[in-house]
Write a new protein. Structure first.
Length: 673
């Protein structure tokens, strides 16, 4: 059996030492004498610590033989962490720890070996298999959607006959019609059987059937692993629960630990009700709640509790910290600049870059933020996402070009049209467009600002080289990742970017269940912060080729109501000292004042130039320069690129690309001495 923790050289001398450092609720969960124990432990309350201490405690007081303990979790990394912690706790014998899939495969292999049966081939490239079942040459986005839907149906134990009805009632929106999807599911399973291959979900299904239909195998397994422990139980899906129930047998010895507030994988089949209603299936179960959070400040926990008011509130054990901030920005460039400045300010002194993170809702936001932050001197690691240039949807979009010797602006127009990213009266219609494609188009238009005649190949080459730019492999860098990827991690400082309606909650959350999950996802993001939490949203955001008006996330009203100090405020990007110096310099040049007709002429000239620049680049005028930026330039009249950078509505991202043209216009309208 895979995943055995070997005997350490030394351990705890007395069982009581296993209780050192535990609060009362943790101690109760570790020591309670219960055959079935359900532990609901909130974010930052030490749930994995409780699980491993309970295993070690029971072993040290001879409540169970550690060789008969099986600890289940959801990833190899998590299983390794369990084994490491159990080692440190001084277990004198073996504990088996692994994922549901690895344990199921181990059981099946033993059965196949004993029966002398040749095992089926494991299907490791499911998407390619699914693509072969679709008509024509399906694009990768369709293949991904169909594959995800097959996996969801398997996790929920929904066969092809029931799929259309269940998918419709659950608000599923696959790329294929639900009846076509049902036919594809049926064909998928038929082809697997015909070719004698199994996917990872089949491992769980076949293992469950084996335990159900072969009493000898089931009894042998239950004798060898009579004490079961499951971490992150809120992520269990019906298929996994069905297997677990057969592993337990008639005399349950079970401990599960989880947090329904952190259930964020419902789109993949997870069902948090399996945790919240578990004692209905085990009437004699004991239930413990752990609410004392040892990670975050009271200010951060007030935000977390406001997000999920129907749950028991988390209690802070850490001292008071800085207020949570909610910042509004004129656009997404301003948002990135403000975040970069906040990170650089936080880095002063002894704080490491790696103690800070920027979290977002979608993978498509990651590369854009990484580039913006690195341009401002912030080392970053874009973890938790595929490199944009390697995203399957982007690969598909690029595959339509025979070669890359096509003008970038023409390629971007063609990609946008093919993706269904056309403009309408409310901005871009991105319901049918892939987020990664939209991000690619946006970066392409930004690239055109500095290289209006660029070829597609130039842009692609730059993206490939940018992927490893900066300190991408350095341990000391700011993490930029999705909130999904952040689960289980924590940082001193967290910035949540894109807190806007359509991202938080995401526009795809069209059912009550999906909307609830979006709320829990933001809760997960908030509770990653130990000391500082900063929430950001932008009034406009570049989506593909369009600048789209945005509204603040509805969650911000609830958060802002927690305390007056958290009320939304407009973030200003002005460096007051530099701006004052520029203004003094200009006033000395102007003789202390300006004539109104000269100022009006400069403003009009800047507006006219902005219109031409926007038309040439295929973007909205306000994305070249905002109205506030034009007003500020007309007021201050910068003389150098450094002066432009100092302006609050321009900043270091736009200034280098605008300096030549803008400074030339300003100079033409400078009043005579």
């Amino acid at each position: 059996m895979e995943g055995v923790a070997q005997q350490p050289s030394a351990g705890f001398g007395e069982p009581e030492r296993l209780l050192d450092g535990l609060d009362d609720a943790q101690r109760s969960a570790v020591t309670v004498d219960a055959d079935v124990l359900i532990v609901e432990a909130g974010a930052g309350t030490g749930k994995t610590r409780v699980l491993t201490r309970r295993i070690a405690w029971g072993a040290h007081i001879d409540r169970w033989d550690p060789r008969r303990v099986l600890a289940l979790t959801f990833s190899r990394k998590a299983a390794g962490e369990l084994r490491s912690r159990l080692w440190e706790l001084g277990l004198r014998d073996h504990v088996t720890a692994g994922t549901f899939h690895s344990i199921a495969l181990s059981i099946l292999r033993q059965h196949w070996d004993k029966a002398g049966t040749s095992p089926p081939e494991l299907l490791t490239r499911k998407a390619r298999f699914v693509a072969g079942l679709l008509p024509g040459r399906p694009d990768r986005s369709l293949v991904r959607s169909a594959t995800a839907e097959i996996e969801w149906a398997s996790a929920r134990r929904i066969d092809a006959a029931r799929y259309a009805d269940v998918a419709a009632s659950d608000g599923r929106r696959p790329r294929l019609d639900v009846h076509e999807m049902a036919t594809l599911i049926q064909r998928y399973h038929h082809e697997k059987e015909r070719r004698r291959v199994v996917d990872f979900d089949d491992l769980l299904l076949h293992c469950a059937r084996l335990l159900q239909n072969d009493p000898t195998t089931a009894d042998a397994f239950r004798w060898a692993h009579r004490h079961l422990f499951v971490d992150e139980f809120q992520d269990v899906n019906p298929l996994q629960y069905g297997l677990l129930r057969l592993m337990i047998g008639a005399k349950p010895q079970l401990c599960v630990v989880g947090d329904p507030r952190q259930s964020i994988y419902g789109w993949n089949g997870a069902d948090p009700s399996l945790l919240t209603t578990l004692d209905d299936r085990f009437p004699d179960a004991e239930r413990r709640s752990i609410l004392r959070n040892h990670r975050s400040t009271p200010e951060i926990l007030r935000v977390a509790n406001a997000l999920l008011p129907d749950h028991a509130p988390l209690e802070a054990t850490r001292p008071t910290g800085p207020d949570v901030t909610i910042s509004t920005h004129v656009d997404d460039d301003a948002e990135a600049t403000a975040i970069a400045r906040g990170l650089r300010l936080g880095h002063r002194g002894t704080r490491r870059w790696s103690s800070m993170a920027v979290l977002v809702r979608t993978n498509a936001q990651v590369p854009i933020l990484v580039e913006a932050l690195q341009n401002l001197g912030v080392p970053t690691i874009g973890r938790g996402s595929t490199a944009l240039i390697e995203d399957p949807a982007v690969v598909d979009a690029l595959a339509t070009f025979a070669d890359v010797n096509v003008r970038l602006h023409e390629a971007l127009a063609e990609i946008s049209t093919a993706a269904g990213a056309h403009d309408n009266d409310v901005g871009i219609d991105h319901e049918t467009a892939d987020d990664a494609v939209l991000a690619f188009v946006r970066l392409g238009h930004e690239y055109l600002r500095t290289a209006p005649s660029a070829w597609l190949g130039d842009f692609v080459d730059d993206l490939r080289s940018d992927r490893d730019r900066g300190v991408a492999h350095s341990a000391d860098a700011v993490d930029v990742m999705t909130m999904h990827s952040s689960k289980g991690l924590e940082w001193e400082t967290v910035h949540l970017a894109g807190m806007e309606d359509g991202l938080a909650p995401h526009r795809s959350a069209t059912t009550p269940a999906a909307a609830d999950e979006e709320q829990r996802l933001v809760y997960v993001g908030v509770t990653r912060a130990r000391r500082e939490l900063h929430l950001h949203w932008a009034k406009t955001r570049q989506v593909g080729t369009s600048v789209v008006e945005r509204k603040p996330s509805p969650y911000l009203d609830r958060i802002g109501a927690v305390a007056a100090s958290m009320a939304p405020q407009v973030t200003r990007r002005r460096n007051a000292v530099q701006a004052a110096a520029v203004l003094d310099s200009v006033r000395s040049t102007d003789g202390g004042g300006r004539e109104s007709d000269t100022g009006t002429g400069l403003t009009e000239a800047l507006h006219e130039w902005r219109k031409r620049r926007a038309r040439a680049n295929g973007v909205a005028p306000t994305h070249v320069l905002s109205d506030d930026a034009i007003a500020e330039i007309a007021e201050v009249r910068p003389q150098t690129e450094a002066d432009l950078i100092a302006l609050s509505e321009v900043g270091p991202i736009r200034a280098p690309t605008l300096a030549d043209a803008v400074l030339k216009i300003v100079d033409q309208y400078r009043p005579a001495d």
